[in-house]
Design a protein around this ligand. Structure first.
Ligand SMILES: [Zn+2]
Ligand SMILES: [Zn+2]
Length: 319
C-alpha cells in the first residue's frame, strides 16, 4: 500500500512566488560556492545532502487531496482539494496501463478547499468512469452541485458524464470498499468533519484532517486514540502551533503538531504525517514547525519512536 499526497495545503491553494524561488536559488548558489558538478546527478545529490528541504524544494500549495493506493484495482482518494486535478491527470496515465475507471472518494467534509478540485478532474467527464462518493455528510451531492452552478462555474455538474453515486456512511460501522476495511469517526470542526481508517493486508492508514482536539474532553481523545490504534501512518491536521491552537485560534477547528504526537504516542502509531498546512507559513516556517514537532516527539518518547514526516505535494509513503 502506498499513500500519495496530491495536495497538503489549506484553506486556500497557495503557490510560492517568483521572489521565493529566486531566494532559494541565491541561497543554493551561495551554499555551492567554489564547487563544480560534473552533471545533473552530482548537482542533485548536492541539493539533497547539503540543502534542507525548504532550501531545495517546497511543501507545495495545492489543497487537500490524499490517495490510498493499493497498486491495482479501484482508485481510493480522500478529499478533492485543488490537488485532485493533478491526481486526475496521473489517473489517466494509470488507466492507460490497465487500472479500472472506478474511483472511490472519501470526503472529510464539504468545505470549499476540500471539494474545489472536482470540476477539474478529467476522468469525471468520461462516460465509462464510475465515481462513488462516501462520507458522513448527507448533503455531499448538494455541495458538489452547488459549486458548479452557473453563477460560480461554467460547467454544470450534470455535464460530467461519469456515473456518480453517493454513499452516506455512519460512524461506528465497518465498511468494505475496494478490498479495504473502512471505518469513520466524527470530528470537531465547523459543520462536522470525518476521519477515515483504512486497513488492508495488515497495513493501516488513518486520514484525519480538519479536526480540533479539545483539552477538556478526555473521552473524545480516547475515541481517537482507539481509532488511530497501531496505524502504520496517521495523516493529521497540524495546521497550528500549540500556542496558536490554545489561544486566538481555539475553536477554529484545527489542531497542532504537539497534540498529534501525543495522540499518536498513546495509540502506538508508527508514523505521523503533518498535514493541512497553514497558507501563511512559508517553506522555512513549515520546516521549523516540522523540526519543533519532531523534537517534541523525541522528548516525549516512551518506548518505540514515532517517525514524524511533514507531508508535501508529491510525497509518496510506502507502508
Ligand atoms: Zn474545514
Ligand atoms: Zn480544510
Amino acid at each position: 500500500m502506498q499513500v500519495r499526497f496530491w495536495g497538503t495545503r489549506v484553506s486556500i491553494p497557495t503557490s510560492i512566488t517568483a521572489g521565493d524561488v529566486q531566494e532559494k536559488t541565491v541561497n543554493a548558489l551561495l551554499a555551492a560556492s567554489g564547487r563544480t558538478f560534473a552533471d545533473a546527478t552530482e548537482a542533485r545529490a548536492f541539493t539533497e545532502q547539503e540543502l534542507s528541504f525548504a532550501g531545495r524544494a517546497t511543501y507545495g500549495g495545492s489543497s487537500s487531496c490524499v490517495e490510498v493506493d493499493p497498486g491495482a484495482g479501484d482508485f481510493i482518494v480522500c478529499d478533492m482539494g485543488s490537488g485532485f486535478r493533478a491526481f486526475g491527470i496521473d489517473a489517466f496515465r494509470r488507466i492507460g496501463e490497465g487500472r479500472p475507471k472506478r474511483f472511490n472518494i472519501f470526503m472529510s467534509h464539504l468545505h470549499w478547499d476540500h471539494i474545489m478540485g472536482f470540476p477539474f478532474c478529467g476522468p469525471a467527464y468520461d462516460p465509462e468512469t464510475e465515481i462513488n462518493f462516501y462520507g458522513g455528510h448527507a448533503d455531499m451531492e448538494k455541495a458538489l452541485r452547488r459549486q458548479q452552478e452557473t453563477i460560480s462555474f461554467p460547467v454544470p455538474f450534470d455535464f460530467m458524464a461519469a456515473k456518480i453515486n453517493f454513499h452516506p456512511l455512519t460512524p461506528g460501522e465497518t465498511y468494505e470498499v475496494a478490498g479495504h476495511s473502512v471505518q469513520l469517526i466524527r470530528q470537531y470542526h465547523d459543520n462536522d468533519s470525518y476521519g477515515y481508517r483504512f486497513e488492508k493486508g495488515g497495513k493501516c492508514v488513518v486520514y484525519s484532517t480538519d479536526s480540533e482536539h479539545k483539552d477538556d474532553d478526555p473521552d473524545a481523545d480516547q475515541a481517537f486514540v482507539e481509532f488511530f490504534d497501531k496505524a502504520d501512518l496517521v495523516v493529521f491536521d497540524t495546521m497550528y502551533t500549540l500556542a496558536e491552537s490554545l489561544t486566538m485560534k481555539e475553536d477554529w477547528g484545527h489542531s497542532s503538531g504537539m497534540v498529534a504526537v501525543d495522540m499518536c504516542h498513546r495509540a502506538a502509531a508508527k508514523r505521523l504525517a503533518m498535514f493541512h498546512h497553514e497558507p501563511i507559513f512559508d517553506d522555512a516556517t513549515l520546516e521549523s514547525h516540522h523540526e519543533d514537532t519532531a523534537r517534541y516527539e523525541e522528548l516525549m518518547r516512551d518506548e518505540s519512536a514515532l517517525e514524524v514526516l511533514c507531508a508535501y505535494d508529491g510525497l509518496t509513503v510506502d507502508l
